[in-house]
Design a protein around this ligand. Structure first.
Ligand code: ADP
Ligand code: MG
Length: 349
């Protein structure tokens, strides 16, 4: 009987399964850039270059000088649930890497034309290349010279999923999203050198910034000169918690919440608890409807924070949310009450 046959349960073919999973993590070029750059960070890179054509809709290339990927691992890197970052549930508990789901490359390669080149040793004559076009074929690994590290090129995102392709906006809009993603990533790691190129033009060239003067140069390059002139620097500690960074003076608030960067252990986070603590701290000093600006880094023991809440990992869950909330609130509240522009607030609470 035909309807019975149609209702039989089947296991999805891997390519379709990947395309469905791609719906969760790959929304637009900016999400591809985020995933590829997070991999480059996890690989221990000192320098990461992002190159785009047509806002990333035609081409996205991320090159790094990290650990590279060995020949046998190259096809694995593109398979689903294949990761070098965790092997057990215990690993997940204290995970410090940005990735661990082993889904990004499988997903991206199912909806684009992907080329992966890598080399694990210091001889640039060595190296390997693997291509996957919408994951139709088993990836074939061929020799290709490449300096130590990895290059990933993603062309024609969503070429084989027209319904998703239709949701892409103009080149300019997509580029704007990529630049914002790049800004967050470059703010997350001052020890890494970064380059962003769009349509052959260098937009950002940021050297590694080990000291505070260099960090401030990077902040100005990414957020504009005015940001630091109207911000307080703070660095506060309480027990195992440390909060440092820059918060805008109430007089420097914005109509939109578009310059708010909060990192937990180097990971960009949008969290209700964090947002609430910051809002409370500014409550008495900001006009209604205005939004503060900030670039803040919260450092906590990785075992007291759960990052495995959502596939894009923008949310976290703190074991002791109340303590984190109170620390954020009291630190910011005091900094705002006491300090003058350009001043530095450092203390042990
Ligand atoms: P995840 O990051 O969650 O492990 P991905 O699909 O993003 O999953 O990557 C799969 C694997 O490919 C990683 O675990 C890593 O071993 C390898 N890999 C991906 N990108 C890089 C890179 N830039 N440098 C070194 N290894 C990489
Ligand atoms: Mg990853």
């Amino acid at each position: 009987d035909e309807t019975l046959e149609a209702r039989r349960i089947r296991v999805l073919d891997p390519r379709l399964a990947n395309q469905i999973a791609a719906g969760e993590v790959v929304e637009r070029p900016a999400s591809v850039v985020k995933e590829l750059v997070e991999n480059a960070i996890d690989a221990g890179s000192r320098r990461i270059e992002v190159e785009l054509e047509a806002g990333g809709t035609r081409l996205i290339r991320v090159r790094d000088d990290g650990c590279g990927i060995g020949e046998e691992d190259l096809p694995l890197a593109l398979s689903r649930h294949a990761t070098s970052k965790i092997a057990s549930l215990e690993d997940l508990e204290g995970v410090a890497s940005l990735g661990f789901r082993g889904e990004a490359l499988a997903s991206i390669s199912s909806v684009s034309r992907l080329e992966l080149m890598a080399n694990v040793d210091d001889d640039p004559r060595n190296g390997w290349r693997v291509v996957a076009e919408g994951r139709q074929m088993e990836p074939r690994v061929t020799p290709a010279p490449h300096p130590r590290g990895t290059s990933l090129t993603v062309r024609d995102l969503f070429f084989n999923t027209p319904a998703r392709r239709k949701f892409l906006r103009t080149e300019k809009t997509e580029y704007g999203h990529v630049e914002e993603a790049f800004r967050r990533l470059a703010l997350s790691r001052f020890d890494i050198a970064w380059v962003l190129r769009h349509n052959q033009k260098t937009v950002h060239q940021l050297p590694a910034s080990p000291d505070s003067a260099a960090r401030e140069r990077r902040i100005s390059a990414l957020l504009g000169k005015g940001f630091l002139d109207n911000a307080l620097h703070l660095d506060l500690e309480a027990g195992s918690l440390r909060l440092w960074g820059w918060v805008g003076l109430p007089t420097h608030s914005r109509a939109q919440a578009d310059q708010q960067y909060f990192f937990v252990n180097g990971r960009v986070v949008r969290d209700r608890l964090v947002a609430h603590a910051i809002r409370q701290a500014y409550r008495d000093v900001l006009f209604h409807g205005r939004h503060p600006v900030f670039v803040l880094y919260l450092e906590v023991d990785p075992t007291v924070v759960d990052v495995n809440v959502h596939p894009t990992k923008h949310e976290v869950r703190f074991r002791d949310g109340r303590m984190v909330h109170d620390f954020l609130f009291s630190s910011l509240h005091r900094a705002l009450a006491e300090a003058r522009p350009g001043e530095h607030v450092a203390d042990v609470v």
